[in-house]
Write a protein that binds this ligand. Structure first.
Ligand SMILES: *Cc1c(COP(=O)(O)O)cnc(C)c1O
Length: 428
Protein backbone atom coordinates (compact mmCIF):
# COMPACT_ATOMS: atom_id res chain seq x y z
CA UNK A 1 0.00 0.00 0.00
CA UNK A 2 1.24 3.48 -0.85
CA UNK A 3 0.63 6.65 1.09
CA UNK A 4 0.62 10.14 -0.35
CA UNK A 5 1.35 13.46 1.29
CA UNK A 6 -1.73 15.61 1.79
CA UNK A 7 0.37 18.54 0.60
CA UNK A 8 1.30 16.89 -2.69
CA UNK A 9 -0.28 13.74 -4.15
CA UNK A 10 2.85 13.03 -6.19
CA UNK A 11 4.91 12.32 -3.09
CA UNK A 12 4.22 8.62 -2.48
CA UNK A 13 5.90 6.23 -0.08
CA UNK A 14 5.43 2.67 1.21
CA UNK A 15 3.82 1.77 4.54
CA UNK A 16 7.27 1.22 6.04
CA UNK A 17 8.59 4.59 4.89
CA UNK A 18 5.49 6.38 6.11
CA UNK A 19 5.79 4.76 9.56
CA UNK A 20 9.49 5.51 9.88
CA UNK A 21 9.20 9.10 8.62
CA UNK A 22 6.02 9.92 10.55
CA UNK A 23 5.37 12.95 8.38
CA UNK A 24 6.19 13.61 4.70
CA UNK A 25 9.28 15.67 3.81
CA UNK A 26 6.97 18.48 2.68
CA UNK A 27 5.32 18.40 6.17
CA UNK A 28 2.12 16.86 4.80
CA UNK A 29 0.32 14.08 6.66
CA UNK A 30 0.32 10.72 4.92
CA UNK A 31 -2.94 9.30 3.59
CA UNK A 32 -3.63 5.86 2.03
CA UNK A 33 -3.67 5.95 -1.77
CA UNK A 34 -6.58 3.50 -1.95
CA UNK A 35 -9.37 2.31 0.36
CA UNK A 36 -11.05 -0.99 -0.55
CA UNK A 37 -14.30 -1.85 1.27
CA UNK A 38 -14.42 -5.18 3.12
CA UNK A 39 -16.69 -7.95 1.88
CA UNK A 40 -20.38 -8.19 2.71
CA UNK A 41 -19.80 -11.59 4.33
CA UNK A 42 -17.27 -10.06 6.75
CA UNK A 43 -19.99 -7.79 8.15
CA UNK A 44 -22.56 -10.59 8.16
CA UNK A 45 -20.27 -12.83 10.21
CA UNK A 46 -18.63 -10.20 12.39
CA UNK A 47 -20.28 -11.38 15.61
CA UNK A 48 -18.63 -14.76 15.25
CA UNK A 49 -15.13 -13.36 14.67
CA UNK A 50 -12.53 -12.74 17.38
CA UNK A 51 -11.23 -9.20 17.86
CA UNK A 52 -7.89 -10.33 16.47
CA UNK A 53 -9.46 -11.79 13.35
CA UNK A 54 -11.44 -8.58 12.80
CA UNK A 55 -8.35 -6.42 13.29
CA UNK A 56 -6.34 -8.47 10.82
CA UNK A 57 -8.97 -8.07 8.08
CA UNK A 58 -9.27 -4.35 8.79
CA UNK A 59 -5.59 -3.47 8.77
CA UNK A 60 -4.18 -5.89 6.21
CA UNK A 61 -4.73 -3.78 3.08
CA UNK A 62 -3.02 -0.82 4.75
CA UNK A 63 0.10 -2.82 5.53
CA UNK A 64 0.11 -4.80 2.28
CA UNK A 65 2.93 -7.31 1.92
CA UNK A 66 5.39 -5.22 3.92
CA UNK A 67 4.88 -7.29 7.06
CA UNK A 68 4.29 -11.04 6.48
CA UNK A 69 0.92 -12.41 7.57
CA UNK A 70 2.23 -14.42 10.53
CA UNK A 71 4.18 -11.45 11.93
CA UNK A 72 1.26 -9.08 11.43
CA UNK A 73 -1.03 -11.48 13.32
CA UNK A 74 1.52 -11.61 16.13
CA UNK A 75 1.68 -7.79 16.27
CA UNK A 76 -2.13 -7.63 16.44
CA UNK A 77 -2.28 -10.25 19.20
CA UNK A 78 0.21 -8.25 21.29
CA UNK A 79 -1.64 -5.01 20.55
CA UNK A 80 -5.08 -6.30 21.58
CA UNK A 81 -4.21 -8.09 24.81
CA UNK A 82 -7.21 -6.63 26.68
CA UNK A 83 -11.00 -6.15 26.37
CA UNK A 84 -13.10 -3.42 24.69
CA UNK A 85 -16.52 -3.78 26.35
CA UNK A 86 -19.60 -1.77 25.34
CA UNK A 87 -21.22 -1.05 28.68
CA UNK A 88 -24.90 0.02 28.90
CA UNK A 89 -25.33 3.42 30.57
CA UNK A 90 -28.92 4.29 29.68
CA UNK A 91 -31.50 2.87 27.34
CA UNK A 92 -29.84 2.82 23.88
CA UNK A 93 -26.72 4.59 25.21
CA UNK A 94 -23.45 2.67 25.60
CA UNK A 95 -19.94 3.48 26.75
CA UNK A 96 -17.21 1.81 24.70
CA UNK A 97 -14.49 1.41 27.29
CA UNK A 98 -11.13 1.75 25.61
CA UNK A 99 -9.17 1.94 28.83
CA UNK A 100 -8.50 -1.62 29.88
CA UNK A 101 -4.93 -1.63 28.53
CA UNK A 102 -1.62 -1.34 30.37
CA UNK A 103 -1.75 2.47 30.88
CA UNK A 104 -5.56 2.68 30.99
CA UNK A 105 -5.75 5.04 28.01
CA UNK A 106 -7.06 4.28 24.52
CA UNK A 107 -3.70 5.37 23.15
CA UNK A 108 -2.31 2.00 24.27
CA UNK A 109 -3.63 0.41 21.09
CA UNK A 110 -1.93 2.77 18.66
CA UNK A 111 1.29 2.90 20.67
CA UNK A 112 1.57 -0.87 20.93
CA UNK A 113 0.83 -1.40 17.24
CA UNK A 114 3.25 1.28 16.07
CA UNK A 115 6.11 0.16 18.33
CA UNK A 116 5.87 -3.39 17.09
CA UNK A 117 5.80 -2.30 13.44
CA UNK A 118 8.98 -0.28 14.04
CA UNK A 119 10.50 -3.25 15.85
CA UNK A 120 9.74 -5.43 12.81
CA UNK A 121 11.23 -2.92 10.37
CA UNK A 122 14.33 -2.76 12.55
CA UNK A 123 14.62 -6.55 12.91
CA UNK A 124 18.10 -6.60 11.37
CA UNK A 125 19.24 -3.75 13.56
CA UNK A 126 20.13 -1.60 10.59
CA UNK A 127 18.13 1.52 11.28
CA UNK A 128 17.92 2.86 14.78
CA UNK A 129 15.12 5.40 15.16
CA UNK A 130 14.35 7.95 17.84
CA UNK A 131 10.70 8.46 18.66
CA UNK A 132 10.20 12.03 19.79
CA UNK A 133 6.85 12.85 21.32
CA UNK A 134 5.24 15.76 23.15
CA UNK A 135 2.53 14.91 25.65
CA UNK A 136 -0.08 16.76 27.63
CA UNK A 137 -0.52 13.63 29.74
CA UNK A 138 -1.97 10.48 28.28
CA UNK A 139 0.09 10.00 25.13
CA UNK A 140 3.37 9.91 27.02
CA UNK A 141 2.44 7.04 29.30
CA UNK A 142 0.99 4.93 26.49
CA UNK A 143 4.02 5.53 24.29
CA UNK A 144 6.46 4.82 27.14
CA UNK A 145 4.74 1.55 27.98
CA UNK A 146 4.09 0.53 24.36
CA UNK A 147 7.70 1.09 23.27
CA UNK A 148 9.44 -0.21 26.38
CA UNK A 149 12.23 -2.58 25.41
CA UNK A 150 11.51 -2.46 21.65
CA UNK A 151 14.76 -3.14 19.84
CA UNK A 152 16.41 -0.27 17.96
CA UNK A 153 13.99 2.38 19.20
CA UNK A 154 14.93 5.19 21.57
CA UNK A 155 11.98 7.10 23.00
CA UNK A 156 12.19 10.73 24.14
CA UNK A 157 9.09 12.21 25.76
CA UNK A 158 8.64 15.93 26.41
CA UNK A 159 6.08 16.93 29.00
CA UNK A 160 5.20 20.24 30.67
CA UNK A 161 6.52 20.41 34.22
CA UNK A 162 3.76 20.51 36.84
CA UNK A 163 0.99 20.28 34.21
CA UNK A 164 0.37 16.53 34.18
CA UNK A 165 -1.18 14.48 36.97
CA UNK A 166 0.94 12.51 39.43
CA UNK A 167 -0.14 9.18 37.91
CA UNK A 168 0.53 10.39 34.38
CA UNK A 169 3.95 11.68 35.36
CA UNK A 170 4.92 8.41 37.00
CA UNK A 171 3.77 6.44 33.97
CA UNK A 172 6.26 8.25 31.79
CA UNK A 173 9.16 8.83 34.16
CA UNK A 174 9.59 5.51 35.96
CA UNK A 175 10.20 2.93 33.24
CA UNK A 176 13.87 3.52 32.34
CA UNK A 177 15.52 1.33 29.65
CA UNK A 178 15.00 2.97 26.23
CA UNK A 179 12.58 5.61 27.57
CA UNK A 180 13.75 9.12 28.59
CA UNK A 181 11.42 11.80 29.95
CA UNK A 182 12.32 15.46 29.42
CA UNK A 183 10.55 17.75 31.85
CA UNK A 184 9.98 21.07 30.10
CA UNK A 185 9.78 24.38 31.91
CA UNK A 186 6.68 25.53 29.99
CA UNK A 187 3.26 24.45 28.73
CA UNK A 188 2.22 21.69 26.32
CA UNK A 189 2.42 24.01 23.30
CA UNK A 190 6.11 24.68 24.12
CA UNK A 191 6.77 20.93 24.10
CA UNK A 192 4.93 20.54 20.80
CA UNK A 193 6.82 23.46 19.23
CA UNK A 194 10.19 22.00 20.21
CA UNK A 195 9.27 18.63 18.74
CA UNK A 196 8.18 20.24 15.49
CA UNK A 197 11.40 22.24 15.33
CA UNK A 198 13.50 19.13 15.89
CA UNK A 199 11.81 17.37 12.96
CA UNK A 200 12.77 20.28 10.69
CA UNK A 201 16.34 20.52 11.97
CA UNK A 202 18.77 19.23 9.34
CA UNK A 203 21.53 18.86 11.92
CA UNK A 204 19.45 16.18 13.69
CA UNK A 205 18.82 14.11 10.58
CA UNK A 206 21.26 11.39 11.66
CA UNK A 207 18.93 10.60 14.62
CA UNK A 208 16.15 9.29 12.32
CA UNK A 209 13.51 11.14 14.31
CA UNK A 210 9.94 9.97 14.04
CA UNK A 211 6.75 10.91 15.85
CA UNK A 212 4.39 8.73 17.86
CA UNK A 213 1.52 11.19 17.77
CA UNK A 214 -1.57 10.25 15.79
CA UNK A 215 -0.10 11.90 12.70
CA UNK A 216 1.87 8.65 12.37
CA UNK A 217 -0.22 6.21 10.33
CA UNK A 218 0.81 3.27 12.52
CA UNK A 219 -0.78 4.98 15.51
CA UNK A 220 -3.77 6.30 13.66
CA UNK A 221 -4.91 3.32 11.55
CA UNK A 222 -5.30 0.70 14.33
CA UNK A 223 -7.76 3.05 16.02
CA UNK A 224 -10.24 1.83 13.38
CA UNK A 225 -10.50 -1.40 15.37
CA UNK A 226 -12.59 0.21 18.15
CA UNK A 227 -15.42 1.06 15.80
CA UNK A 228 -15.59 -2.50 14.48
CA UNK A 229 -15.59 -3.84 18.06
CA UNK A 230 -18.47 -1.49 18.95
CA UNK A 231 -20.45 -2.59 15.91
CA UNK A 232 -19.81 -6.26 16.69
CA UNK A 233 -21.39 -5.77 20.13
CA UNK A 234 -24.32 -3.54 19.08
CA UNK A 235 -25.25 -5.06 15.72
CA UNK A 236 -27.89 -7.34 17.30
CA UNK A 237 -30.12 -4.36 18.17
CA UNK A 238 -30.45 -3.58 14.47
CA UNK A 239 -30.72 0.20 14.85
CA UNK A 240 -28.86 3.06 13.16
CA UNK A 241 -25.58 3.49 15.07
CA UNK A 242 -24.36 6.90 16.20
CA UNK A 243 -20.79 7.14 17.50
CA UNK A 244 -19.52 10.06 19.54
CA UNK A 245 -15.78 10.64 20.00
CA UNK A 246 -14.45 13.06 22.58
CA UNK A 247 -11.98 14.79 20.28
CA UNK A 248 -8.69 16.60 20.66
CA UNK A 249 -6.38 15.94 17.73
CA UNK A 250 -9.26 14.15 15.95
CA UNK A 251 -7.27 10.97 15.36
CA UNK A 252 -9.92 8.70 16.80
CA UNK A 253 -12.84 10.07 14.88
CA UNK A 254 -10.77 10.23 11.74
CA UNK A 255 -10.14 6.48 12.11
CA UNK A 256 -13.90 5.97 12.57
CA UNK A 257 -14.63 7.75 9.32
CA UNK A 258 -12.07 5.61 7.54
CA UNK A 259 -13.77 2.53 9.05
CA UNK A 260 -17.02 3.65 7.46
CA UNK A 261 -15.23 3.91 4.10
CA UNK A 262 -14.39 0.22 4.58
CA UNK A 263 -18.13 -0.45 4.74
CA UNK A 264 -18.75 -0.34 8.49
CA UNK A 265 -22.41 0.70 8.94
CA UNK A 266 -22.02 3.76 11.15
CA UNK A 267 -24.98 6.03 10.61
CA UNK A 268 -23.63 9.25 12.12
CA UNK A 269 -20.43 10.63 13.72
CA UNK A 270 -20.22 13.18 16.49
CA UNK A 271 -16.95 14.93 17.28
CA UNK A 272 -17.53 16.26 20.79
CA UNK A 273 -15.09 18.90 21.99
CA UNK A 274 -14.49 20.92 25.13
CA UNK A 275 -14.08 24.70 24.87
CA UNK A 276 -11.51 24.17 22.11
CA UNK A 277 -14.08 24.59 19.38
CA UNK A 278 -12.12 25.04 16.15
CA UNK A 279 -14.02 22.23 14.40
CA UNK A 280 -17.54 23.08 15.67
CA UNK A 281 -16.85 26.60 14.37
CA UNK A 282 -15.71 25.23 11.02
CA UNK A 283 -18.99 23.34 10.63
CA UNK A 284 -20.88 26.55 11.30
CA UNK A 285 -19.15 28.79 8.80
CA UNK A 286 -16.84 26.63 6.66
CA UNK A 287 -13.74 28.44 7.88
CA UNK A 288 -10.98 26.45 9.54
CA UNK A 289 -9.32 28.87 11.93
CA UNK A 290 -6.85 27.32 14.39
CA UNK A 291 -6.54 29.06 17.74
CA UNK A 292 -4.28 28.77 20.78
CA UNK A 293 -5.53 26.01 23.08
CA UNK A 294 -7.44 26.82 26.24
CA UNK A 295 -7.17 24.78 29.45
CA UNK A 296 -10.15 22.62 30.49
CA UNK A 297 -10.87 19.71 32.84
CA UNK A 298 -10.72 17.34 29.85
CA UNK A 299 -7.13 18.38 29.23
CA UNK A 300 -6.14 15.60 26.82
CA UNK A 301 -8.42 17.40 24.35
CA UNK A 302 -7.02 20.90 24.83
CA UNK A 303 -6.04 21.31 21.21
CA UNK A 304 -6.63 24.46 19.18
CA UNK A 305 -5.34 23.12 15.87
CA UNK A 306 -6.31 19.43 15.61
CA UNK A 307 -3.63 17.76 13.53
CA UNK A 308 -5.84 15.05 11.97
CA UNK A 309 -8.60 17.33 10.76
CA UNK A 310 -6.86 17.69 7.42
CA UNK A 311 -7.34 13.94 6.87
CA UNK A 312 -11.04 14.30 7.63
CA UNK A 313 -11.30 17.19 5.18
CA UNK A 314 -9.70 14.94 2.57
CA UNK A 315 -12.34 12.23 3.12
CA UNK A 316 -15.20 14.74 2.90
CA UNK A 317 -13.58 16.57 -0.04
CA UNK A 318 -13.62 19.61 2.23
CA UNK A 319 -17.28 20.11 1.31
CA UNK A 320 -19.68 21.18 4.07
CA UNK A 321 -22.58 19.51 2.26
CA UNK A 322 -20.81 16.17 2.50
CA UNK A 323 -19.93 16.77 6.14
CA UNK A 324 -23.53 17.53 6.96
CA UNK A 325 -24.69 14.11 5.78
CA UNK A 326 -23.15 12.13 8.65
CA UNK A 327 -20.89 14.35 10.76
CA UNK A 328 -21.65 16.78 13.58
CA UNK A 329 -19.41 18.55 16.04
CA UNK A 330 -20.48 20.18 19.29
CA UNK A 331 -18.60 22.09 21.98
CA UNK A 332 -19.28 21.82 25.74
CA UNK A 333 -18.13 23.86 28.71
CA UNK A 334 -16.51 22.47 31.83
CA UNK A 335 -19.71 23.25 33.74
CA UNK A 336 -21.80 21.17 31.34
CA UNK A 337 -19.23 18.38 31.55
CA UNK A 338 -19.29 18.31 35.35
CA UNK A 339 -23.07 18.28 35.38
CA UNK A 340 -23.12 15.40 32.89
CA UNK A 341 -20.71 13.41 35.08
CA UNK A 342 -23.00 13.94 38.06
CA UNK A 343 -26.16 13.07 36.16
CA UNK A 344 -24.69 9.92 34.66
CA UNK A 345 -23.53 8.81 38.10
CA UNK A 346 -26.82 9.62 39.83
CA UNK A 347 -29.01 8.03 37.17
CA UNK A 348 -27.06 4.89 36.43
CA UNK A 349 -24.17 4.59 38.89
CA UNK A 350 -21.73 4.79 35.97
CA UNK A 351 -18.52 6.75 36.56
CA UNK A 352 -17.48 8.70 33.48
CA UNK A 353 -14.30 10.79 33.49
CA UNK A 354 -14.42 14.23 31.86
CA UNK A 355 -13.42 13.16 28.32
CA UNK A 356 -16.02 10.42 28.21
CA UNK A 357 -18.59 12.84 29.63
CA UNK A 358 -17.96 15.26 26.76
CA UNK A 359 -18.51 12.33 24.38
CA UNK A 360 -21.74 11.46 26.19
CA UNK A 361 -23.02 15.03 25.85
CA UNK A 362 -22.32 15.08 22.12
CA UNK A 363 -24.03 11.74 21.69
CA UNK A 364 -27.17 12.80 23.56
CA UNK A 365 -27.44 15.98 21.53
CA UNK A 366 -27.27 14.16 18.21
CA UNK A 367 -29.60 11.34 19.31
CA UNK A 368 -32.36 13.90 19.76
CA UNK A 369 -32.46 14.14 15.97
CA UNK A 370 -32.79 10.38 15.41
CA UNK A 371 -35.53 8.78 17.49
CA UNK A 372 -34.85 5.14 16.67
CA UNK A 373 -31.06 5.19 16.97
CA UNK A 374 -28.60 3.46 19.25
CA UNK A 375 -25.56 5.38 20.43
CA UNK A 376 -22.10 4.77 21.77
CA UNK A 377 -19.59 7.21 23.19
CA UNK A 378 -15.92 6.37 23.50
CA UNK A 379 -14.67 6.32 27.07
CA UNK A 380 -11.05 7.18 26.33
CA UNK A 381 -9.45 6.90 29.77
CA UNK A 382 -10.08 5.21 33.10
CA UNK A 383 -11.52 7.63 35.70
CA UNK A 384 -8.46 7.00 37.88
CA UNK A 385 -6.35 8.85 35.30
CA UNK A 386 -8.29 12.00 36.16
CA UNK A 387 -9.00 11.32 39.80
CA UNK A 388 -8.25 14.93 40.82
CA UNK A 389 -11.29 15.95 38.78
CA UNK A 390 -13.53 12.92 39.20
CA UNK A 391 -13.37 12.37 42.96
CA UNK A 392 -14.47 15.83 44.11
CA UNK A 393 -17.20 16.16 41.47
CA UNK A 394 -18.78 12.79 42.25
CA UNK A 395 -17.80 12.72 45.88
CA UNK A 396 -16.39 9.22 45.56
CA UNK A 397 -13.09 7.56 46.24
CA UNK A 398 -11.86 5.43 43.38
CA UNK A 399 -10.09 2.15 44.02
CA UNK A 400 -6.63 2.04 42.44
CA UNK A 401 -6.42 -0.55 39.62
CA UNK A 402 -3.40 -2.87 39.55
CA UNK A 403 -1.96 -1.28 36.39
CA UNK A 404 -1.70 2.03 38.22
CA UNK A 405 -0.61 0.64 41.56
CA UNK A 406 2.46 -0.84 39.97
CA UNK A 407 3.85 2.60 38.98
CA UNK A 408 2.92 4.50 42.13
CA UNK A 409 5.76 3.12 44.23
CA UNK A 410 8.42 3.83 41.62
CA UNK A 411 10.77 6.81 41.60
CA UNK A 412 10.50 9.52 39.00
CA UNK A 413 13.48 10.09 36.70
CA UNK A 414 13.40 13.08 34.37
CA UNK A 415 15.81 15.53 32.78
CA UNK A 416 14.80 19.17 33.10
CA UNK A 417 15.06 21.33 30.00
CA UNK A 418 14.21 24.96 29.35
CA UNK A 419 14.42 25.52 25.62
CA UNK A 420 15.19 24.08 22.20
CA UNK A 421 18.96 24.35 22.68
CA UNK A 422 18.67 22.05 25.70
CA UNK A 423 16.68 19.54 23.64
CA UNK A 424 19.24 19.66 20.84
CA UNK A 425 22.12 19.23 23.25
CA UNK A 426 20.37 16.20 24.72
CA UNK A 427 19.69 14.59 21.33
CA UNK A 428 23.27 15.33 20.18
C1 LIG B 1 -5.86 11.77 23.35
C2 LIG B 1 -7.11 11.74 24.12
C3 LIG B 1 -8.33 12.17 23.53
C4 LIG B 1 -8.40 12.79 22.16
O1 LIG B 1 -8.23 11.86 21.13
P1 LIG B 1 -7.98 12.35 19.63
O2 LIG B 1 -7.84 11.10 18.85
O3 LIG B 1 -6.70 13.14 19.64
O4 LIG B 1 -9.12 13.19 19.22
C5 LIG B 1 -9.49 12.05 24.26
N1 LIG B 1 -9.48 11.55 25.52
C6 LIG B 1 -8.33 11.14 26.12
C7 LIG B 1 -8.40 10.64 27.51
C8 LIG B 1 -7.12 11.21 25.44
O5 LIG B 1 -6.00 10.81 26.03
Amino acid sequence: MNYYSLNNKHIQVSFQEAVIQGIAPDRGLYFPSSITPLSQSFFEDIESLSNEAIAFQVIQQFVGNEIPEAELKQIIAETLCFDFPCVPVEENVYSLELYHGPTMAFKDVGARFMSRCLGYFNRNDDKKVTVLVATSGDTGGAVASGFLGVKGVEVVILYPSGKVSDIQERQLTTLGQNITALEVDGVFDDCQDMVKKAFLDASLQHKNLTSANSINIARWLPQMFYFFFAYKQLKKYNKPLIVSCPSGNFGNICAGILAKRLGLPIFHFVAATNANDTVPQFLQNGKYEPKPSVATISNAMDVGNPSNFIRIQEMYHNDLKEFNKDFSSFTFTDEETKLAMKNIYTNSGYIAEPHGAVGYLGLKREMQNHSNSIGVFLETAHPIKFLDVVEPILNVQLPIPTQIESVLGKDKKSIKIKNYDDLKAFLG
